[in-house]
Design a protein around this ligand. Sequence first.
Ligand code: OAD
Length: 237
Amino acid sequence: MKDIRLLSEWIQQSRFTVVLTGAGMSTESGLPDFRSKSGWWKNYDPTTIASVDAMVANYSLFHEFYTMRLKTLAGCSPHRGHYILADWEARGLVHSIATQNVDGFHKAAGSRRVYELHGSLKSIRCSGCGRPGTVEDFLERADCRCCGGRLRPGVVLFGEALPQDAWNSALRDMKKADLVLVIGTSLQVYPANQLPSMTAGKTAFINYEVQGTGSGFDMAVQGKAGEVLAELDRMIK
Ligand code: OAD
């Protein structure tokens, strides 16, 4: 409580706040994260299912996994925490959000300056010629209408580089930030996990589990993203 009060003051005093989110930001929307007990990677080995090699060598399995991810996503929507961050941007309390999430929830909630470091699940494209496709085509396992290639979601697979624009924008803002809020991530995946160390500003970690990962931050708040953001929002208003 004392920490949340102090963090609410940091947010109000900061002139340039940048947010970094991970899968823990969306679990309250009903989407599993990756490394918690019920996370995706507890049941699937990412290298055999979410890598370039997997897409080429075993498209059926790859397609099955991303069909499941898309169908899960279709049944979920942003929660109050996403809307609070969007409102803070509109009120000048947040400059931008760099997210590792591919669900599109920050934009859906109204955040405008969002850098999707790991791409977007619903941005289907051809794995051959790169032309855009539709989610429906992907789910039906149709081929690319232009070249007959296989369709894939626009997410960063293991073995692929991050989208350059998103990465550069996130890095630029981290360097300018005087406050960075890191929410719902285990910070295990490179290079997104390097971003919090790129700022000279204050850093705060809001996560369900804070032991270990939270130690490198100026403040660690243990709790659920939506609940902590709602509490902060009440204090700021
Ligand atoms: P992880 O699953 O590794 O970490 C999620 C973190 O959020 C864990 O520390 C959870 O304890 C925490 N958490 C869960 N629910 C929460 C809640 N309601 N509020 C606050 N914290 C909560 O997910 P990421 O760090 O996002 O990459 O994983 C990074 C990348 O690894 C993903 O983008 C994905 C994956 O492989 C790609 O697919 C390229």
